[in-house]
Design a protein. Structure first.
Length: 451
């Protein structure tokens, strides 16, 4: 075990879970991130030192007993990263660190270009309702536990398997779910075919059970996987599926769950939206293969509170509802907007969207425009670049020009509160994977204090 663990990009959702894990293991944990956030504030409150300027002097000096973990989102020229590479530290990507943590344990992994965070968090919640519990590395903050890391004394580890940078190929799970294989991260993969190849490679590393969304199974066969293959679906008959879906209360749905030869009637999921029924089936499928009692699965569904930034209802009164969502891919935007329209059919929807990455905007600007046109009004923020340099001609305007509704505009972040403050009714929803999350609490506070 290392005495010290230093994380470059410690404020990331996946990095912070690993930081918490090593801190719990008794290591001296510290790290760098570019900007303060709720996550870095929480890490500091837990006793983990975080700084926000590049300071090589704050990296532990004992390189023999220090592990350095970095996120691939950090630019290669970053001063601290160049320092640890050049001075003999053991330095690994976040994905490799997670692979080492799960090595030798009973890993249950959830992969997919969308849906994986809610599915992972619900699976972890189901297992936490059992006597054995679980360890879990989540890609979001669980509303049930207010953390992205769960710990138990057992050897079961639930892990969100991220396809970015082919990170999930560091995992060799006992059982895995694949929720979707859409074109994304084309700056890494270039083509949809390459995305699918990576997911197939991930499937080939799964040891016992591979559970894929109905329609994806034709990509997998005895030549490329060596485990049992199952399918799941929200409403289409599959090995695991739901039917008899109907509204229980506003947005909250009741359904019958089919788990191979077992049936659980009158399931109620504690979070709204039809898309979450699909996530629930996937989570229940893994839990079922682990022998979790049916009644425990049903009870966990009801008590599930969801994930921060996933169809996250932050404020609601008789006039206005504010929802925050992490969606940053066209398919995710469409799914969330359709769910909102289904739940609140008579309400006007104002969507605030911050595009994430120049390359993703370049690759999907037409699709983003089509998805956002499902709203009644769109406010676009400038592109959040993350790790990227600008690309000539790629701006939020190329999305705006193709949105088909009339009420649309570009809005700087500094004017968001002002514009939202003018809205007196309907639905306000913020979308994006960039720093739009810094606006969530100010919007929520403004709405609460004015009403």
């Amino acid at each position: 075990m290392y005495k010290s663990v230093y994380l470059i990009g410690i404020g990331g959702i996946g990095m912070s879970a690993i930081a918490r894990y090593y801190h719990h293991q008794g290591c001296q944990v510290s790290g760098y991130d570019r900007t303060p956030s709720n996550i870095t504030d929480a890490l500091a409150a837990e006793g983990i030192d975080v700084h926000f300027t590049e300071r090589t002097d704050l990296i532990p000096s004992d390189k023999e007993s220090t592990l350095v973990i970095y996120t691939p989102a950090v630019p290669a020229q970053m001063k601290e990263l160049r320092y640890v590479f050049g001075n003999g530290y053991r330095t690994v990507k976040r994905s490799r660190a997670l692979g080492e943590i799960t090595d030798g344990k009973k890993a249950l992994a959830v992969a997919g270009t969308h849906g994986k965070t809610t599915t992972t968090t619900l699976l972890a919640h189901i297992l936490s309702c059992t006597e054995a519990g679980c360890n879990a590395f989540l890609g979001g903050i669980s509303r049930n536990y207010n953390t992205n890391l769960l710990l138990s004394k057992g050897d079961t580890v639930v892990a969100e398997a991220d396809e970015f940078d082919r990170s999930f190929l560091q995992l060799y799970p006992k059982t895995a779910v694949i929720t979707a294989m859409d074109a994304d991260h084309l700056d890494i993969y270039e083509t949809l075919e390459a995305v699918i190849e990576a997911f197939v490679a991930f499937g080939s590393q799964t040891q016992e059970n591979l559970i894929v969304k109905k329609g994806l199974e034709h990509h997998f066969n005895t030549n490329n996987i060596h485990c049992r293959l199952y399918t799941y679906s929200a409403e289409t008959q599959a090995d695991f599926y739901a039917n008899d879906i109907h509204e229980h209360s506003e947005g909250v749905l009741s359904f019958t769950l089919h788990l191979k030869d077992e049936v659980i009637e009158d399931c109620i999921l504690g979070v709204p939206g039809r898309v979450n029924i699909e996530n629930a089936v996937a989570a229940a499928a893994i839990a079922y293969t682990e022998g979790v009692p049916l009644q425990t699965i049903k009870e966990a569904f009801l008590t599930f509170k969801g994930v921060a930034r996933r169809f996250d209802i932050r404020y609601s009164d008789s006039n206005i509802i504010y929802i925050d969502d992490y969606a940053h891919h066209p398919n995710e935007l469409s799914a969330t907007l359709k769910a909102i329209k289904e739940i609140y059919p008579s309400r006007k929807i104002t969507a605030l969207f911050q595009p994430h990455l120049y390359t993703r905007t370049r690759d999907f600007y037409k699709e983003f425009a089509a998805s956002l046109s499902l709203a009644d009004r769109v406010l676009l923020l400038p592109i959040y670049p993350a790790r990227e340099e600008p690309i000539e001609g790629i701006t939020s305007e190329i999305i705006l020009d193709r949105i088909t509704i009339k009420e649309k505009s570009i809005l700087p972040k500094e004017r968001v509160l002002e514009e939202v403050g003018k809205i007196d009714s309907g639905i306000v929803v913020t979308f994006g994977a960039g720093d739009i999350d810094r606006l969530v609490e100010p919007i929520e506070t403004m709405l609460k204090t004015r009403c």
